[in-house]
Design a protein around this ligand. Sequence first.
Ligand SMILES: [Zn+2]
Length: 258
Amino acid sequence: MRVNRIIFYDEPSVPEINLDNLVEFTSKTFGITPEKRKSILTYGNEATAKHIASSRIFKLSVPYIKHVPTAEEIEFEKKSAADTSTNQNITYYDGFELQNILRDIIPKEESREDVFHVIFTNKLTCTYDYNDYRYHGRALIGANPAIISTTGIIEAPAKPRDYYVDLITNSRLGVNVDALKEKYREMFLEYHDARLPTIIEGYLLQALFYYETAEPFCDDAKCRLFNAHWQKDLLYSQMESKKLCKKHQEILQKLTMT
Ligand SMILES: [Zn+2]
C-alpha cells in the first residue's frame, strides 16, 4: 500500500462516527492502526475561518466563485471551529475548496503521500456537476485528505420519491412527520441514526480504495464500494450486504499483502 500511516480527525458533534470502531475496522481490514485526533478545525489559525467562509456556496446553479465573506460569516466559522455543534443549519461548501483549505492546516511534516488523512465534518460538502449544471451534496470528497461529511451521508443520497409525496400530502392534512419517518425507517437514514457507524465504515473503505487505486466506486450494489445515489441503495450495500464484491476483495488482498 502507498499508505503506511492513517490519521482520523473527529467530528465531535456526531458521536455515531465512533472513531474507536473505525480504528478497529481499519486495523482489521488494512492492517494499519489509525491515530485519532480532535476536529481538524482546532488546528486552524487566524485565517482559517475566513478561508472556510469564502468557500461557501449560495447559488447551487452557478459553478464555484470565491465568496467574499461578511464579518458575521467569519465569526460563525470561528465559533463552529471551537464547537462544531453550533453548525445547526445546513450550509453548503465547495468540497474541493474546503479540501484545499483543510489540507493547508495539516502539519507539513505529515503532509506526505504515505500519510493518509481522513477528516470527518458535519459541514455539507458539495461539488458542481457540469452534466446538470448544479451543485450536489457529497458524502465523500476523495484524495488526501479525504473528507467524509456526516451531513452529506444523510442529505446527499436521495430519499424515496414516495416519501416526499407522502410528506406533502400528509403535511396538508396535518399528519405528524415522525409517524411518516417511522413508516420509511428502513429506507433512509436520519441524523444520529444508530446505523451510521456501519455506514461510515463503507465511506472510509471508498476513501481508502480511491486513494490506493484511483477507482473509488463499484457498479455492484452488493459491494460496499457502490456509489449509492439513493438512501435505500446505501442501506442495502452497507447494512444488508455489508461486504466487498469478489473483485474488490481480491484487490484488497493484493493491497494488504505488500
Ligand atoms: Zn466492488
